[in-house]
Structure formats: structure tokens, C-alpha cells
Design a protein around this ligand. Sequence first.
Ligand code: SF4
Length: 325
Amino acid sequence: MSKFVKPNIVLSACIEHKHVRFDGTMIANEFVKRLEPFVHFSLVCPETEIGLPSPREALRLVRSEKGKEIKLVSSQTGKDHTDDMVEFTNQFIEDLDANTIDGFLLKAKSPTCGINGVKVYHGTKKANVDSQKVPGLFGGTVAKRFPDYPISTERHISNFVIRDHYFISIFTMAKFRNIKADPKMRQLVNFHTDNKYLFMSFDQDDLKSLGQVVANHNKLPTKTVYEFYEKGLRKLLKIAPDKSHRVNVYTHMYGYFKGKISEKEKELFFETLNDYQNDKVPYTSVLTLLLGYAVRFDEDYLLDQTIFRPYPKDLLQVADSGKQL
Ligand code: SF4
């Protein structure tokens, strides 16, 4: 199995790194901590960047008197930081080289970094809020500017399904970035081949479209092929694999062995697949069986498939934190 490329991730600095929150603290997060050795974090604290100290007065989003605009203000004094934050965010995005970034991990619910679910207050010092929550000023703009990039929060990745999807996406995109740096058709063909079953578990039609791009019937320049492939790859990775897609892929992979394994092994496979369908075991249980067969029967093509290990094993933890998202 191939080596992993370290993803480049923009991270809210207050998560596991710097004491830059309004109260001078930082947020502990076991998943971000676990991720640290496997990625390159690029830290940003937009509130510090616009010159605010830590500790400081907490900021909040407030709906303007006329009701249309949402402002970023200090929660007690009402000092308006909107223009500074908009200016910083635009400059940050302009300076960011999109070709070097694989994803974003931002602080949930922050009026600045939140990508959704942020309260909008009806005034400074007031407790009443809009019924609808919105993105934070910085996080919302980043999410809009990079709609196809993996983006999440420290709260969301505490959920296994979301974390798994996020990790698959950032490690896949990092590997693609690596081959794109020196684009060659052979490398793209290998990348596509090794990811076949992983991509099939996302979306079979998208996999076919990517296959067409790689086949390059129109003899397009390699750089153009990579551009088309990247577009299709981001689309494919956008939505997490669902159960029916996974079952379809596992059944497909089982086809390699059905004539080689014993009746009891077949029974075990379908029992495990059924348990997965009924939420009794994680999908990794089915994959472990398939991997065992691939090792036993020396199925090199399958052994190279990233579906068995789409991100480093040490990051695999099927448990959830149990916190509400
Ligand atoms: S949420 Fe964002 S702006 Fe607030 S302290 Fe953390 S990094 Fe800074």
C-alpha cells in the first residue's frame, strides 16, 4: 500500500495550539491532537489578526437596527469589528495559494471562525437571538470561496462518519496535490487505479466520469486532464459514501474470492455484511475480512486499493465523542 502525503490544513489557532480565545484559553480536542503528526497545520486566529488582545471582550454577531445587516461586535461595548474582519478575511483568501491547501478545520459556533450554526443576537448585552443561525464572518466566507474543499469543525469531526469522510477527503486530495505538482499521465492512471474501489464507494457515476477523463480520448494536454480530473474528484468526494454504495462495492470485491473461499467463510462474509447493513458492526469489519482474503490469495490489484487504508491507521477510531453536533 502506498505512503500517505501530509495534508495541508488551515486550522483555527485556538484548537489545541494557542491561548487566543476571548478568555485567554484554548480548546482541547483529542481528534485534532491525534491528527497533528500526520498533517501540516497552518494556524490562523482572525480576531488576533485584526489586533484584538487575548483575553478580550467576547465578540458576537448582531443584527443591525434596520434588520438587514449582520455585524461582528464586542458583546458589551458594541464596538464594531465588521470592516476589519471583512478586510482581513479577503486579504487572507487572496494570499492563500489554493493549490497548496487540502482542507480547513475551523472552530465551531464562533462568530468569526464558525462555518455554520452561529447565533445572531438582537443587540449587544441582549440575550434574544434570531431563530435562524448563520455562518461566522471568516468561516462563512472561506466556505463560500472554497465550496469543494474539505471543511469541517472540531465538533463535527468528533462524529465518526463525518470524521471518516473528512480524513478520506484530505488524505486523497493531498496525494492528488502531490502528483499534480509534476503532472504525468502515468501517475494519474495509477492514482485512479489505486482509488477505484474507494471512489466507487462514493459514487459509481462520478468514478466513470473520472475514468473518461483519464482515458483522454480527445488527447488533451496533461495539465488540462489534471484540471478536469481535479474538478471531478472534488465533486466525487463532496458527499460521504452511503451504506448502499459501500455494500455494492464490498459485494463486487467479494467476487474476487467467491470461487476460492470455503462455504463457512462465505457465510461469515455475508453475515458480517448483513451486520454492517443493520448497524451492528462498522464497515471496517467487512473490509478487514476482504483484506484477509486479498492477503491470503495474493490479490495484488486489491492489495494496492486505498479503500483498505484511505488514511493512516493510527487515525482510525470508530468511536464517537457522544457530544451533540
Ligand atoms: S474561534 Fe477563531 S477567532 Fe476565535 S479564538 Fe479561535 S481562532 Fe481566534
